[in-house]
Every structure is written in C-alpha cells, then in structure tokens.
Design a binder for this molecule. Structure first.
Ligand SMILES: Nc1ncnc2c1ncn2[C@@H]1O[C@H](COP(=O)(O)OP(=O)(O)OP(=O)(O)O)[C@@H](O)[C@H]1O
Ligand SMILES: [Mn+2]
Length: 393
C-alpha cells in the first residue's frame, strides 16, 4: 500500500494554506441566526435554498475524521468558515439491506441523509439540519487540503488505482471498510453543522423506545403493551409537548425505516418545550419492501398525535399532494439525483397509509378527543425573523 502522506513528504507537495474569509451574510450564518424554539428554520426561509446550493460548491480548506461514532465521516471546514459533516457513499441506490443484517451493523447511507432532510421538510417538522449531495474530489478537496496527519495517513491507492481512505475508529474502520473514489470522485452527503455546543448547548437524551443493540436483548416496550403509561408518568414526558414530539419522530423514522434512534438531542436553552433534533438519519431507506411496524410503537402504544402532524399526513395522503410525488419533486433538486429508487419512494405512500390506519384504530378505540391533541405550543406566527439564537449570545 502506498500512503499518500509519505508521497506528499517525498514530493514536497505543500498543503494548501488555510485561507479563510468571513462573510456575516453567508447562508450558514443566516441559518444559525434563524434557529428558533419551534424549528431549525422557517417554512419560507430563502436562506435554506441558498445554503443547500452553497453546500454543493463551498471550497474545503480543512478536513478531519469526525471522532465520534462507528462510521467513517469527515468534518469539513470551508473557506467561508462553514462547517459540514460529510458521510461518504457506501452503497448503491438499488442495494437493499440483507435480511440477516441487524439494524445496528447496517451501513450508513449518504442518500438516506439527503432524503431524510427532504422528508422532514415536507412533513413540516424542520428538525433536520440542511443536507445536500456532493461529489467530492477526495484527492484534491480532502487529501491535499487537510492539515490533519491522521487523516493523510489513512489514504491509499487501491489495486484498481482508485484513491481510497479509511478511518481509525472502533469498528468498521480498517482498510476492508475503506471508501474509494472513482478514481478520485466520491459521492457523499454534506450536512450543515449545528452551531457549536458552546454557542448553543444541546443535550442528548436516551429514546424511551430505544432498541437493545445486542443480538438477543429486548427492551421493555417490546413486550409490555402498557409501556407508554409508565413513560407518561415520568418527567419530561408527563407534561407539555415532549411525548408528542417523540411520536412525531417515530412517524418520521417509520416512514424512512430507521431503527437506529437510540438517542435524540434538544437545544438546552429552549427548555423542555424545545423541538427534538432529528440528527443521524443514515440508517433509513435500507429496505423498501418491508415496513417495520415496531418503529411506530410510540404512536400505537400511546395513541396520541399532534393535530398539526395529522393534518399534514392527511394532506400528503391525498392523490393531488401525494407524499411520493412531493418527495420525487423535492429530491430532483439535489445534484446527486436520483437520490432514492422508485420502490423506496412509493414505499412512503404505503407507510403513510399505515400511520393513518394506526391513528384511526386509536380513534375508534378511544375517541378523537383523546387521540388528536392540540399542539401545546402554537407554531411560529411570523416565521421569518425569530432570531432566538441572537438572544442566546
Ligand atoms: N449536523 C450536525 N451538526 C452538529 N453535530 C452533529 C450533526 N449531525 C450529527 N452531529 C453530532 O455528531 C454525532 C455523530 O453523528 P452521527 O450520529 O450522524 O454519526 P454516527 O456515525 O452514527 O455516530 P454515532 O455512532 O456517534 O451516533 C451525533 O450524535 C451528533 O451529536
Ligand atoms: Mn449515530
């Protein structure tokens, strides 16, 4: 194996200087300033479209391996000081997760990150940071610009003469699990970073409906149909919006087929009523032919749903606004389209009907007043300039 770091030393190639420019009107700055207690961005915010475009073209000036987690991903620093998380492509669009693979060893899919951002926006949640697809030149835009010796040392050339890299981490990070360009270009998802933890602290909270992450273990919710009664008695689930927000998240995850929601995060400064961030959606869209009903357990066990969520789902179940059509159109704006294969897109309609039938069953059993809950917090009245991030400073 030829390591590029040695090659760089030998050929005396200097790594590009770290030149940066700060523009207070940059789309990522506006994105930060627009985060409010209801959502990451407002419905009509033009900043987001601009940010999606910028994610596709911003110049990378540094790259490091994002240390957390089990999967290979890079934190990229851009010339305009934006920060981006890049998850490289590992799977072809028409690959399905094999039957015998557990959810916790499944690949991360860059296209699932992209598609989940679009789905979250269509559902009007706006809880996923903006994500766009991009073909990176991993030689020119990563290896040659990184100041990180650890990252340089894991680049190599494959037998087929493609540039590849892997990461030093706990699992799945040996050369066998490397990602390779063709010969230099590699698709990936570019996810806008949230503001730093010092500027906007977040807490990570275990999902009450988490899975066991072992081959044999089971969680209480899987065997106890009255599990929700226990959850409902515990703060912060005993008042306010939190449980309804968990149910929104389970509907979102059921639609994508993501079984990997072990934790969720919230911004501390917005208190218990703040929205839940839907981070890390890379394990969605693994199987189009299977609907994993257990993901919907929070809805089917608690039998409550926000009225606003239900109205949105009902709208997207109408043929004139069908979820699959809206998704197809939305995903076309991404440079890496097609992002999802047709079977994955049409699975969304089938799953949406299953969510609506679950709600109907609850209504039949308990009545509409018990099940369909008015949101405790009104949606943003004036969506354009709630710059609560400014208040945090
Ligand atoms: N857009 C983002 N901005 C800032 N931080 C993020 C963003 N997306 C994810 N993170 C943080 O990075 C952590 C790891 O990211 P992610 O979960 O997507 O990757 P992973 O490979 O599954 O890692 P892990 O095994 O730690 O969950 C997340 O738990 C979250 O705290
Ligand atoms: Mn994760």
């Amino acid at each position: 194996m030829k390591t590029y770091s040695k090659a760089l030393n030998w050929s005396n190639v200097t790594v590009a200087a770290h030149e940066v420019t700060y523009d207070p009107d940059a789309s990522w700055v506006k994105f930060y300033l627009g985060i409010n207690r209801y959502a990451l961005y407002s419905r009509e915010d033009p900043t987001i479209l601009q940010l999606l475009k910028d994610l596709q073209s911003m110049t990378v000036v540094n790259a490091v391996v994002k240390p957390s987690g089990h999967h290979l991903k890079l934190a990229l620093k851009m010339r305009n000081l934006a920060k981006v998380m890049y998850k490289p492509m590992r799977q072809q669009r028409d690959d399905e997760t094999p039957e015998d693979v557990f959810y916790f060893v499944d690949f991360q899919r860059h296209n699932a990150e992209i598609a989940s951002f679009h789905l979250d926006r269509i559902l009007d949640f706006r809880r996923v940071p903006p994500v766009a697809g991009r073909q990176l030149n991993i030689t020119g835009e990563v290896l040659h610009v990184t100041h990180n010796e650890d990252l340089r040392s894991v680049f190599f050339t494959s037998p087929a003469n493609n540039t590849c890299f892997f990461a030093k981490c706990l699992y799945m990070c040996k050369t066998e699990y490397a990602v390779c360009g063709s010969p230099n270009h590699l698709e990936g998802s570019m996810s806008a970073y949230l503001p730093s933890l010092s500027m906007a602290p977040r807490v990570s909270i275990p999902n009450p409906w988490t899975r066991s992450y072992t081959f044999t273990g089971r969680q209480e919710w899987e065997d106890n149909p009255f599990y929700c009664d226990t959850v409902k008695q515990q703060p912060p689930y005993n008042s306010g919006n939190r449980l309804l927000n968990i149910i929104d998240m389970s509907i979102f995850d059921f639609l994508t087929g993501n079984m990997d929601r072990h934790h969720y995060e919230i911004f501390s400064n917005f208190g218990d009523e703040g929205f839940l961030l839907h981070l890390d959606n890379a394990r969605g869209f693994g199987k189009h032919s299977h609907d994993e009903m257990s993901i919907l357990a929070p809805l089917t066990q608690c039998c409550i749903i926000k009225r606003s969520t239900l109205l949105r789902l009902q709208l997207l179940a109408q043929s004139a606004f069908s979820l699959s059509d809206v998704m197809r159109e939305s995903l076309q704006s991404d440079p890496l389209h097609p992002i999802l294969t047709e079977p994955h897109i049409s699975a969304l309609d089938r799953r949406l009907h299953k969510v609506l039938s679950a709600v109907q069953q609850c209504v039949r059993r308990l009545g509409e007043d018990e099940v369909i809950t008015n949101d405790f917090i009104k949606p943003t009245v004036n969506p354009t300039v709630t710059t609560e991030m400014e208040l945090l400073r």
